[in-house]
Ligand binder design. Sequence first.
Ligand SMILES: *Cc1c(COP(=O)(O)O)cnc(C)c1O
Length: 388
Amino acid sequence: MSIDPYAWIESSLSTIHRADWYRFEQTISSIPGAVIQLEGRTVINFASNDYLGLAGDRRLIAAAVFATEEFGTGSTGSRLLSGHRQLHRELEKAIASLKQTEAALVFSSGYLANLGAIASIVGKRDLILSDRYNHSSLKNGAILSGATIIDYAHCNLTELENHLNQHREKYRRCLIITDSIFSMDGDLCPLPELLDLAEKFHCMVLVDEAHATGILGKNGAGSVEYFNCSDRPLIQIGTLSKALGSLGGYVAGSATLIDFLRNRAPTWIYTTGLSPADTAAALEAIKIVQQEPELRTQLWRNIETLKDLISQQLPNLKLLPSESAILCLQLKDAATALAAGSKLKEAGIFAPAIRPPTVPTSRIRISVMATHEAYQLEKLVAAFKSLL
Ligand SMILES: *Cc1c(COP(=O)(O)O)cnc(C)c1O
């Protein structure tokens, strides 16, 4: 037996290598956009969550610079101590107005918003029902809460109802948690039917709109708006770091819920308030989302163009079902996906391999942006062609 108590780390790491699960960062040296500099190579970017191209938008940059000049680089404390600025309140009001909710609360990331919200509203005597494909932050929020967790098969409401019939009565509160657009698959949760079930069984619902905000719905509010469910009781989570091009997360819901979280959510109370730059950039992004629906129109046009090109030129390609800007090409294993990712990179396309344990089956994941041009989508399809 080794006497080095840290020796296990190296052997664990070599297991990760053997499974082709090893990961590392790739350096981007340009401003975010449809074309970037990746490890010294110019590539078309299909790997970004910056769906509307706002992360490199001059107006967000100007807002962040102005806020930094005005309020400094850091917020210097937690929101309840020295970390609160008027900008935070303005951003929270803007989120609530976009989401058509009474109130909203800004967290330092979407991940922390999920951990804090879930762990505050349920506990040991409660039940969580969780879609098997949920994002890591929802799953870990559920674990942190101490509630009993039952996973149901992806978007399978029949199975969800069976679990509710079988188990709901044994618990005090019940919370159903789900992504709206699933982050690694791109499909959409059947929210209205899920809300009907929740109502029938007296459950709360928490929906994570990370990949839907700015993309779905007439005003870009997300799937809740898209499905006309803004009036139904539910808890909405989201991030400022995807279509909104900044950093941070939020919870949107009733004024009572938000007031409660301000007093109970440890990942909000015991962490530093969002920086002035991030806050101001997100506020500017929400204005743009509301004032420029043409950005969203362009994104959806690009998604349709890409789907059309693929079905015309590569009818046998195995794409996962998608109702979003995320399109996934399913591949047989991690090694194949990795090889495909590096071949695409050689062809000037940045489209990463997503492997277990992030997802059950390996794939190439494509994110379409509003700022992609038609020839860039064509180049992607051509690269897919030579791959197969
Ligand atoms: C990205 C993501 C998060 C985390 O948001 P961050 O602001 O990046 O921490 C949470 N949920 C889902 C579904 C996501 O895709």
